[in-house]
Design a binder for this molecule. Sequence first.
Ligand SMILES: C[S@@+](CC[C@H](N)C(=O)[O-])C[C@H]1O[C@@H](n2cnc3c(N)ncnc32)[C@H](O)[C@@H]1O
Length: 375
Amino acid sequence: MPEDTENLSVLQRNTEMVGNPREHQIIEEYLSKREPVFHDLCELKKQGWASAEGDKVFDERKRKADSVGPEGRQSFFLMTVRIGDEMARRTNVFRFDNQSPLVLDLCMAPGGFTQSVLKRYPDAHVHAITLPPEEGGYPVIANHPNLSIVYADITLYATDFGVTEIPVNHPDPALFSHDRPYQDCRYDLVFCGGAVLRAQPRAEYRKVGEQMRLTVSQLIFAFQRIKPGGTIVLLLRKIEAWDTVRILHTFSKFAAIKLFKPYRAHAIKSTFYLVAQSILPKTQEAVKALEEWKTLWYEWTFGVGGETSSIPAETGSGDGSEVTEILEEYGTRLVELGRPIWKVQANALRNSGFIKSCQDNESCHDQQPVESLES
Ligand SMILES: C[S@@+](CC[C@H](N)C(=O)[O-])C[C@H]1O[C@@H](n2cnc3c(N)ncnc32)[C@H](O)[C@@H]1O
């Protein structure tokens, strides 16, 4: 597989993380003490961060991803089909109780997951939403008569997210959409595969926290359309990130959850998929989660009280009390879920040329971590 396509999705994204450093620190300390695989991964990442060769490798990958041509796009599409196929083999995510399931694919382009479903279930119907290519989105390659696509920025469905009146001070009220596509459908399976793209032009107030807005937008959209008992697959990064821990803990209250990370594709990155099955969207906990996601979307879009200048820079209580409580209740399960994912990433890092050469070079060990590796 050509290098450029392998990196298209993981590197063509905004890499900023949100969340309180205090929470990150508490989680990392908790996991490092209890799970040797996580501890090893942290050490490997530090070595990678300190490696000038690693920086060069990732810069070169970024450059190639930005200039990818039609062949590269096709290879990337085939890679996403393979990820879908591997997910089908290793989780039972495509096991439906009927031969014509209804599937929603959010942020679907190029459409590998859709293709993977439709080749197994030719009578399935897939509805999709994806960013228009003229706004920087990937072009769609999947093709099937049972596939319908709406081209839109999913983070802008204000009415669907409970906001019919855009705050008066907002710099760009016309941007928001009051459409509610597919609002009457109930889906067996929803993919939420969105990754923020560098090529999407965005106003200044959307420069921070965009991945978070994209994630909660997909969750709200998905949750309002999922069938009771249905499945949501959500692309996430860094199990140990505060926002991720929160999402996993929240889902565990009303769904059966598994995590999936392909053995090869993007193995070196922290990305993985949450596979949440048997979802009960009407339970009290689920209804509460939906309301919280809507509040998050509002605050990260309009700012607290409707002022974009007050868009929060981080999430969480800040004093670490919430994360400590979650870890007490959910920490053991988090470690169980995380172990196989961290193992894949640690092995990939261990086998990467730049870590090997760094291990031969003592000076790497003296340096401080920088964020360039962790996109
Ligand atoms: C990693 S790709 C998804 C690959 C997909 N799961 C597949 O199987 O082919 C990320 C996708 O998110 C889309 N995306 C990014 N931001 C978006 C937004 N605000 N609204 C809709 N789609 C978005 C990109 O255009 C791209 O198609």
